[in-house]
Design a protein around this ligand. Structure first.
Ligand code: PAF
Length: 280
């Protein structure tokens, strides 16, 4: 694996490969890699000639300075894990390299950007869109891989690609879970032992709720999840939504949408977790 900190270094390494018409699979990350990331990478490696991974903790997507400061950074362990998936190129730029001056781009994702994470984390998706656009410009991948745990982020990136008419194919990948059901996330390593032991309840409650589709209306299902989560004193809920799987707007009647998903965001101690479960 070759590691680059500069845009020019990575570009000049990738150009000859592109000239040979080798395909590039790209997995953008913020590091603190886990099996969920590695699954994206294995898939990218199997579907492309070259695997490029970026590790960059993007400051402009953090609306909470403490979250940015506490975000786990484990460069040595990450480099080792990248070798295990046979990563070809790691791009690990500094903040100065990515933002020599502030990027004032302002993207409007309409209603998609106004709900859930968009409502609770002002500016977050604009920061994600700016960095992902830059990373796509730098790596020019044929395909880029994103996990469905960040379902709304994935929808935003798909919309960004349409808006900017980018030629990259976005490949959605299923959520990877721990054996007890907790969705894998770099933030999980910040959970205290007791917090970690209650965290799987999130998935258990979502799964149970989704199985009740034939007996609950969308609003009843939303309430059901909210009420069950509220029984756990360690959870402090940001939102629970039952939304359609395209524009992520609240569902009123099941027969009005082609697919629906339950979304949840909550704090467990100081750690903010999100998860989702497809209903149909
Ligand atoms: O999902 C993430 O890790 C980040 O939001 C991403 C896509 C790497 C952009 O910083």
């Amino acid at each position: 694996m070759k590691t680059f900190q500069t845009i020019s270094g990575l570009r000049s390494a990738l150009q000859p490969l592109r000239n040979e018409e080798l395909s590039i699979g790209f997995v953008p990350t913020m590091g603190a890699l886990h099996q969920g990331h590695l699954e994206l990478m294995r898939r990218a490696k199997s579907e492309n000639d070259i695997l490029v991974v970026s590790i960059f903790v993007n400051p402009i997507q953090f609306n909470n300075p403490e979250d940015l400061e506490k975000y786990p950074r484990l460069p040595e362990l990450d480099a080792h894990l990248l070798e295990t998936v046979d990563c070809d190129f790691l791009f690990a730029p500094t903040v100065e390299e990515m933002y020599p001056e502030p990027d004032h781009s302002n993207y409007d994702f309409g209603v998609l950007g106004q709900v859930m994470e968009g409502a609770f984390r002002p500016g977050h998706f604009n920061g994600v869109a700016i960095v992902v656009r830059k990373l796509f410009e730098i790596t020019e991948p044929n395909r880029a891989y994103f996990g469905e745990k960040d379902f709304q982020q994935l929808a935003i990136i798909q919309q960004l690609v349409k808006m900017l008419q980018l030629s990259v194919e976005i490949v959605p990948c299923p959520i990877v879970r721990e054996s007890d059901g907790l969705a894998m996330s770099s933030r999980n390593m910040r959970l205290a032992k007791e917090e970690r032991s209650v965290a799987p309840k999130i998935h258990q409650i979502l799964k149970k709720a989704a199985s009740l589709k034939n007996v609950l209306s969308p609003e009843e299902m939303r309430r059901y999840v909210w009420d069950k989560l509220s029984l756990e004193p360690a959870f402090s809920i940001d939102y629970v939504e039952v939304a359609d799987d395209r524009m992520l707007q609240p569902v009123k009647h099941w027969n009005e949408v082609g697919g629906a998903v339950i979304f949840v965001a909550l704090f467990l101690g100081q750690v903010r977790l999100i998860d989702n479960q497809r209903i149909f």
